[in-house]
Design a binder for this molecule. Structure first.
Ligand code: FES
Length: 321
């Protein structure tokens, strides 16, 4: 996908305050067509005109995949972030016209699994809501372990319990609850796949515990989109386009390329998918590699950069774009 990729024109059909931090948004098509099909785990990019700043933020779809009438997302407000979630919370109202990208799934259910073991932290619950709906209609086996700060901030805990009963296991941090991961992993039958979505620390903990317990890498799935970090402004020369661009303090390099009408591919916009990988022609300075796509060796060699999340400090950076 790129900045010129086709978009779906939508109307905001509903905005629901789920709790003090989370709002749910439902989009329906403005042209009367059905929404494109998607599978549980897919995300869309929501395009926003934030007072002159164009934002393209990815959010997991949480609606039922077979529902072709509309898409739903839930957004946690980030008061110290770059502004996308704040814009959605403060300015997006029912009836507003917006544009969204086509669904992309980087966190799909593995159809080979005999059972799906899901671990969610906080707003990381959203892709699982769509996946559990999909598994329910297909007759797939699953269980979800969902960790939240407390009941008030636990989005959809009551609804999920009502829908799926004892397949849902809840953990409230404020009550001192903790997932007994060693025991949970040890008790799984052969053919189970493990999925985790939540804060960075939770993903690393689950992945490393599974690895230590001998789970094959292909049976462990995670999704984490990083928000592009803020930082000092910097200048980049784009060799193919013959342009020099300046990346602002709360802008990503990818966004700066797009603002300069330089064609730059992306899927996740969060350092996870590899789509935006760009060759470095020369670098006199230091690349802040913020992605979790490049290997440590690739990062050390300074031959590649992921413009969606990584930044630069130093004298000169020339990229092959
Ligand atoms: S767009 Fe996915 S890693 Fe940059």
């Amino acid at each position: 996908m790129s900045v010129k990729a086709p978009r779906i024109p939508v109307t905001v059909a509903e905005v629901v305050e789920v709790n003090a931090l989370i709002k749910r948004f439902r989009f329906v098509r403005s042209d009367g067509q059905p929404m494109p099909p998607f599978s549980g785990g897919a995300h869309i990019v929501v395009e926003m005109d934030d007072h002159g700043t164009r934002r393209l933020n990815p959010y997991s779809l949480m609606s039922v995949p077979e529902d072709s009438e509309g898409y739903s997302i839930s957004v946690r407000r980030d008061d110290v972030g770059r502004g996308g979630s704040l814009f959605l919370h403060q300015h997006v109202k029912q009836g507003m016209a917006m544009q969204i990208g086509y669904p992309v799934n980087l966190f799909a259910l593995d159809q080979r699994a005999k059972k799906h073991l899901m671990i969610a932290g906080g707003i990381g619950i959203t892709p699982f809501i769509a996946q559990m709906a999909q598994l329910t209609s297909l007759g797939g086996r699953f269980e979800l372990h969902y960790s939240v700060r407390n009941r008030e901030l636990g989005a959809y805990v009551d609804e999920l319990k009502a829908l799926y009963g004892d397949r849902i296991h809840l953990y409230f941090d404020d009550d001192g609850d903790k997932i007994d991961l060693d025991r949970l992993l040890a008790g799984q039958s052969f053919g189970t796949h493990l999925y985790v979505c939540g804060p960075k620390g939770m993903i690393s903990w689950v992945r490393s515990t599974a690895q230590a317990a001998g789970w094959p890498a292909g049976t462990v799935h995670s999704e984490e989109f990083l928000a592009p970090p803020v930082g000092q402004p910097f200048t980049v020369e784009l060799a193919q386009s013959k342009k020099t661009i300046t990346v602002g303090p709360i802008q990503s390099l990818l966004e700066a390329m797009e603002a300069a009408n330089v064609e730059a591919p992306y899927l996740c916009r969060g350092g996870a998918c590899g789509q935006c990988e760009t060759d470095i022609v020369s670098c006199d300075g230091h690349i802040e590699h913020n992605d979790h796509w490049l290997t440590d060796e690739q990062k050390a060699s300074n031959r590649k950069i992921m413009p969606c999340v990584s930044r630069f400090g130093g004298k000169a950076l020339v990229l092959d774009r």
